[in-house]
Structures are given as structure tokens and as C-alpha cells.
Design a binder for this molecule. Structure first.
Ligand code: NAP
Length: 215
């Protein structure tokens, strides 16, 4: 098997452990972290993400090529952008005013564009944000399975998008590439593919419809 990039998943709440479990199964070496001590998540990591390492966030990130942000958007401001310099960052976050509170900075544009603006030294790709954590795990299928579903991958850096498309494929979804973070707004809450898990043809159709409403 081709050597996989090392992943750091920041966030060990609902979706972080599912992303981590799928990625470990796909062969990615991986560490998971919260804002606190790895000791706090050692047992849960051993039980629910066998093969993953609980680490301090800074250590997990330092050794990783790919960093998945699976934290609430209202905690994003706690992340030091310098820590993520040179990393490929997967933004799995969503802006949910009902739980995040109103975040003025995120009111008028796509959330990943705002995230990327703050992480100027990173390549930011929007992915893994639009499927609920239960379904993300339950609907994952190997390539070629007749009931495989699709997942979006959006970014301004084609090489980074290609790398994350490989990750999405590896964890069990047909990747659908969107060539800019702006185009990735179709993956956000309230858009046609958010919260529904669609086969490739239906996903592509929904993205086209969503794109027209963005124009
Ligand atoms: N839930 C879903 O089905 C789902 C699916 C796709 C995408 N998302 C998106 O993913 C994000 C997380 O959702 P969630 O439901 O998993 O949230 P959650 O259950 O509240 O978990 C958030 C996790 O982030 C950690 N965290 C907070 N600040 C951190 C920091 N600075 N560094 C490292 N870890 C930090 C928290 O741990 P500490 O507080 O202990 O640090 C906690 O483990 C949201 O933006 C959400 O929209 C969610």
C-alpha cells in the first residue's frame, strides 16, 4: 500500500472520533487531540479508536502532514495559526449560530474561506463537514460498492484537494471535487447536500443546483 500521510484530528467529540476511526481503518497513522491533556482521552481512544494515539494538539500537529479541524467553530479562535503553518488542513467545521452563537466574522461568507483567511500559511480544504457523524460511519463503503455514497472536497489548491479526495475515497466515499473554497459553500448548512447522504450522480446534480443558487 502507498504510504499514507500522518493525520492529526483536532476534536474528540462527536465527529472527530468517527473521522479518526475511518482513517485508521484506511491505513492512516493518526493522532487525536482536544484542547486539553491526552490523558483525558486515553481510555476512550483505546476503546473507540484502536490504533490512534492520544496526544497534545501541538505534538499531534507537529508530526502530521494533514490536520483535520473537528472542533466547534466558536473554538477556532483558540487555535494558533502558526501551529498549522505548512500543513494541509481539512476544515470539517460548520457555522451553526444556534450552538456557536452569532460569530460576526462568519456571517457574510463561506466559513472555510474565513478559516483559510486566518490560516494563511496552510492549504485549507473543506471536507467531512456535511455528513452527520452516525451516517459518516454507517454509510462508508469500499470503492465499487453499489450503494457507495459521495462526499464533497473543496479547495483553492488542486494538489491539496487531490490529496484529500484520496482520503475521502480511502475512508469510504466517492469524492466530488469542487475547485474553490467559494464553490464549497454548496456543502454548508442549508444547502442541498448538507445532512443528506447521496449517491454520486445525485450528489453531483445537487451540487450543480446549489452552485446556481450561489451565482
Ligand atoms: N456532529 C456531527 O455529526 C458533525 C458532522 C460533521 C461536521 N461537524 C462539525 O465538526 C465540528 C465539531 O462538531 P462535534 O459535534 O464533533 O463537536 P463536539 O462534540 O462539541 O466536540 C468538539 C471537540 O473539540 C474539542 N476542542 C475544542 N477546542 C479545541 C481546540 N482548540 N483544540 C483541540 N480540540 C478542541 C473538544 O474538546 P475540549 O473542549 O476538551 O478541548 C471536543 O472534543 C463542528 O464545527 C461541527 O459543525 C459535526
Amino acid at each position: 500500500m502507498e504510504e499514507r500521510s500522518r493525520l492529526a484530528v483536532l476534536g474528540a467529540g462527536h465527529v472527530g472520533p468517527v473521522i479518526a476511526r475511518l482513517a485508521v481503518r484506511a491505513g492512516y497513522p493518526l493522532a487525536i487531540a482536544t484542547s486539553g491533556s491526552p490523558e483525558d482521552i486515553a481510555l476512550i481512544t483505546e476503546l473507540v479508536i484502536p490504533g490512534a494515539q492520544p496526544r497534545w494538539a501541538a505534538d499531534a500537529v507537529a508530526d502530521a502532514g494533514i490536520v483535520v479541524l473537528a472542533i466547534p467553530l466558536n473554538r477556532f479562535g483558540d487555535i494558533d495559526p502558526g501551529m498549522l503553518n505548512g500543513k494541509l488542513v481539512v476544515d470539517a467545521m460548520n457555522y451553526w449560530p444556534a450552538s456557536d452563537g452569532v460569530l460576526k466574522a462568519f456571517e457574510d461568507a463561506g466559513s472555510s474561506e474565513i478559516v483559510a483567511g486566518r490560516l494563511a500559511g496552510s492549504a485549507v480544504v473543506k471536507a467531512l463537514n456535511h455528513i452527520g457523524y452516525h451516517e459518516l460511519e454507517d454509510r462508508a463503503r469500499p470503492a465499487g460498492a453499489p450503494d457507495r455514497r459521495a462526499a464533497g472536497v473543496a479547495g483553492d489548491d488542486p494538489a491539496a484537494v487531490a490529496t484529500i479526495a484520496g482520503l475521502i475515497d480511502g475512508i469510504g466515499y466517492d469524492p466530488v471535487r469542487l475547485e474553490t473554497l467559494r464553490a464549497g459553500r454548496v456543502l454548508e448548512p442549508g444547502r442541498p447536500v448538507f445532512g443528506v447522504v447521496l449517491p454520486l450522480d445525485e450528489f453531483e446534480r445537487a451540487v450543480r443546483v446549489g452552485a446556481r443558487s450561489l451565482a
